[in-house]
Design a protein around this ligand. Structure first.
Ligand SMILES: *Cc1c(COP(=O)(O)O)cnc(C)c1O
Length: 404
């Protein structure tokens, strides 16, 4: 079991009030909170060894380089990645996806197919649409059902040698569904297609073993796992990273530059043009250390407990419908009260000090599928408590009374 009372002491923000009430932070799927241990790493960096990396002979630069490269190794180990050069530091999931989408431009031809799932984040739809526009490839969609689970049969039937790329999120940020990515990866590989899995929402809950998954690309954002915003990582298999052209030109990513010709640096630097988010990268590593000290399995088990309790309590409320009722899901609950706009529920909850997300959660196609303008989304982290779930349920009941 987790000692949640102790864990909460690590998060200074959880002690604050909003509108005169103790904060109940249930917007973890949008961004997670930062423990003091990670805040300390950030302060320490700027207080003691702020310097540019990979280029200075002076001590500060070497200390910063060592800390940054140590973070890369932490990421490598956490996700069981074979080589540290397969970890590309990015500004986040969106950046990683765009890097791959851009890199595939010269590999695709008219008639080729790219498949995405029906429950993607916009960051996993728009770059592929742009790639299709550039190349004449066609975008196809793996459909979903009303339970909020993918329907794989049509995808299996229509996969062919025309299929070049398949993209799917590991866990849907809007519904909480854990997708059967093992099966999707296997099926895609049978026709020779590459697979990118968006792990942004899975990383807080599941320690993915990327070698066992045999996935080609996997993206994550540090801010969803108790790290800072604006930093993340893209995993790519060596063979793909060697084939793909660099995404941006600039310093850091070159070997030799003259006006006649430039040769690119080796992996991972080929994809890391310019000065990176050095402090953020170091803090990203510290965030993974923090989670691993608690234990990802214990985190997942506790979050499942929160999910089950919140689901059963919320469903007792008249007229409340939950979207995303798959058997395999994480601690994200998207819901609506019959006849009431989600925005109004979210606004009233905020007055009570409860932070939830309302709207389409960057996944408009899912909202179109259910024919709703959006949902109220409560998403739980390991530092949330059962009594915070009670406050949410009380708050939703009160909102239902006031708005009906
Ligand atoms: C948060 C999220 C993203 C986008 O992450 P950024 O850090 O904004 O780039 C993409 N996909 C999913 C599933 C997410 O939850």
């Amino acid at each position: 079991m987790l000692n949640v009372a102790e864990i909460r002491k690590d998060f200074p923000i959880l002690g604050r009030q909003v509108h005169g009430q103790p904060l109940v932070y249930l917007d973890n799927a949008a961004t997670s909170q930062t423990p003091q241990q990670v805040i300390d790493v950030i302060v320490d960096y700027y207080s003691r060894y702020n310097a540019n990396i990979h280029r200075g002979v002076h001590s500060l630069s070497q200390e910063a380089t060592d800390a940054y490269e140590k973070a890369r190794i932490t990421i490598q180990k956490h996700f069981n990645i074979q080589h540290s050069h397969e970890v590309i530091m990015t500004s986040g999931t969106t950046h990683g996806i765009n890097m791959v989408a851009s890199g595939f431009t010269s590999f695709l031809n008219p008639g080729d197919e790219i498949w995405v799932s029906a429950m993607e984040h916009h960051s996993n739809i728009v770059p592929w649409q742009m790639l299709c526009e550039r190349t004449g490839a066609e975008l196809r969609v793996i459909p979903m059902n009303t339970t909020g689970e993918l329907v794989l049969q049509p995808f299996y039937e229509e996969l062919s040698e025309r299929t070049q790329l398949v993209f799917c999120n590991h866990i849907s940020n809007a519904l909480g569904t854990i997708n059967p990515i093992e099966e999707i990866i296997e099926a895609a590989h049978e026709v020779g297609a590459a697979v990118l899995i968006d792990g942004a929402q899975a990383a807080p809950h599941i320690k993915a073993d990327l070698q066992a998954l045999d996935v080609d690309f996997y993206t994550i954002s540090a801010h969803k796992i108790c790290g800072p915003t604006g930093v993340g990582a893209l995993y790519g298999k060596t063979e793909w990273l060697e084939k793909l052209p660099p995404y941006q030109g600039g310093g850091e990513m070159i070997a030799e530059v003259s006006f006649e010709k430039t040769t690119y640096a080796g992996l991972p630097h080929k994809f890391e043009a310019g000065t990176p988010n050095i402090c953020g990268g170091i803090a990203f590593g510290a965030a993974l250390d923090y989670l691993n000290a608690i234990g990802m399995d214990r985190i997942a088990a506790y979050e499942t407990e929160l999910l089950q309790y919140a689901t059963s309590e919320l469903l007792k409320i008249n007229g409340l419908r939950i979207y995303g009722e798959g058997t395999n899901k994480t601690s994200v609950i998207s819901f609506n009260l019959e006849g009431i706009h989600p925005y109004d529920v979210g606004t009233l909850l905020d007055q009570m000090g409860i932070a939830v997300r309302t709207g389409h959660h960057c996944a408009q196609p899912i909202m179109d599928f259910y024919q709703i303008p959006g949902t109220v989304r409560a998403s739980f982290a390991f530092y949330n408590t059962l009594s915070e779930v009670d406050r949410l349920v009380e708050g939703v009941k009160k909102a239902a009374q006031m708005l009906s």
